[in-house]
Ligand binder design. Structure first.
Ligand code: ZN
Ligand code: ZN
Length: 410
């Protein structure tokens, strides 16, 4: 048995939206056993005592939209890499995420059971990886990375692809079952056009009702859910009616869509920082001019969509969706969202609401008995000043995951 006591802590409770001073947190074998005033929680017989000197202890952060294997915006370059180059890059990016305070990430296209297992086994220092395997896309959809003149079939079984092509209910059924058999936590469908895909337009609607329904049926039968990449209001409203539990991005939603999210108790994962980053530096790191132009179609709408969704009561989850070199901006989504939401709401998006989406309520996103000992320590109160989270080099003192310490600057 391994026990760690974190003492003299101000514990941030995302549910209550408050910071409680003079607390101690006892972790036993990677789980939180006790939280209470420093006088009540005993320090005897602990293997390690960490005194945080009154700094804020909060749950480890959750990024609800990452791509562990999407390590370059330059698609031909990405496709030229072997796994022996790509995987170490992915490992480095997971290590960096953990050093920013993310202890759980949800991969929405690409990551497989093997990289999640490598983290779980302790071979890689990274956040817990909740994966959905390869996303499903129709031919010519957002997951079809081929240029117009390329009609090859990419069946490269050793290449970790972000998405796979499946057309028609039968192919979608096979693809869905194939992804689910790898233990995927969710299925991801490409439901409307995207920025990085070479041959679709933002306004294109992808997948038929029949195809979407087949995916929903397969996921539900396996005890999983379906999430969809989509910007268009009509595509999103339709998908929610067909049983999707979650939507990624949602930049072009309207009031009808927002009411539908609330009616269905569905989740939205905006990813505003990636559009800002692609706008600013995308062209320097391999983005095509065509993609850059598509990016401007969704960039400006994103923040007002988030504000409307927040005011409408939609379940919002933190997401970054940053590709390759842009991943250094992973925490900037906190600052962007704080322009239209109180800081505590953005913190909930990266803790308690994310935990509900992931089916890990009470296990992640809270500092409570029964949760994994996933904690970060920051020198300040992020509810009062979100900068405390966005500048880890200055403010992030400690990162603990499953009771193990991965960063200690106390
Ligand atoms: Zn997407
Ligand atoms: Zn994405």
């Amino acid at each position: 048995m391994s026990t760690t006591l974190v003492q003299n802590a101000a514990v941030l409770d995302p549910i209550a939206g408050e910071v409680v001073p003079d607390q101690s947190v006892l972790a036993v074998d990677g789980q939180i056993k006790e939280v209470g005033s420093t006088r009540e929680v005993s320090a005897s017989n602990t293997d390690r005592v960490i005194d945080v000197h009154g700094q804020t202890v909060m749950p480890g952060l959750v990024d609800g939209h990452v791509h562990v294997y999407f390590q370059s915006l330059d698609l031909p370059l990405l496709q030229s890499w072997l796994p022996s180059y790509l995987v170490p890059k992915a490992v480095r990016s997971l290590e960096d995420m953990l050093q920013r305070g993310f202890t759980t990430v949800r991969d929405t296209g690409g990551a497989d059971f093997a990289i999640a297992q490598a983290v779980e086994d302790g071979i890689i220092n990274g956040p817990r990886v909740i994966y959905g395997g390869t996303a499903l896309s129709q031919t010519g959809g957002h997951g079809d990375g081929r240029q117009r003149g390329d009609s090859s079939h990419n069946d490269c079984c050793r290449c970790p692809n972000i998405a796979r092509i499946a057309d028609g209910p039968d192919e979608v059924r096979v693809a869905a079952r194939d992804v689910l058999r790898t233990g995927a936590h969710h299925l991801k469908l490409m439901l409307s056009g995207g920025v990085s895909s070479p041959t679709d337009s933002i306004s294109s609607v992808q997948y038929s009702d029949e195809e979407i329904s087949v995916a929903v049926r397969e996921a539900t039968a396996a005890g999983r859910y379906v999430t969809g990449h989509a910007y268009l209001a009509s595509a999103i409203t339709n998908a929610l009616d067909l049983g999707l539990r979650c939507i990624e991005h949602g930049n072009l939603i309207d009031d009808t869509t927002i009411r539908k999210f609330v009616e269905k108790d569905a989740y939205l994962v905006p990813t505003l920082v990636t559009y800002q980053a692609m706008d600013e530096i995308g062209m320097q790191i391999g983005m095509t001019a065509g993609s850059h132009a598509k990016n401007s179609e969704v960039l400006d709408a994103g923040l007002s969509a988030l504000e409307a969704a927040y005011r409408g009561g939609v379940n919002l989850v933190y997401g970054s969706d940053l590709i390759g070199e842009m991943q250094v901006r992973q925490l900037d989504e906190f600052a962007i969202r704080s322009e239209v939401q109180p800081a505590i709401e953005v913190i909930r998006a990266a803790t308690t609401t994310a935990a509900r989406l992931l089916g890990l309520e009470g296990r992640i996103g809270v500092v409570e008995p029964g949760a994994y000992a996933d904690l970060i320590v920051v020198d300040g109160d992020p509810i009062q000043n979100i900068d405390v989270l966005t500048h880890p080099e200055r403010h992030l003192s400690l990162v603990m995951k499953n009771g193990a310490v991965y960063r200690d600057r106390l």
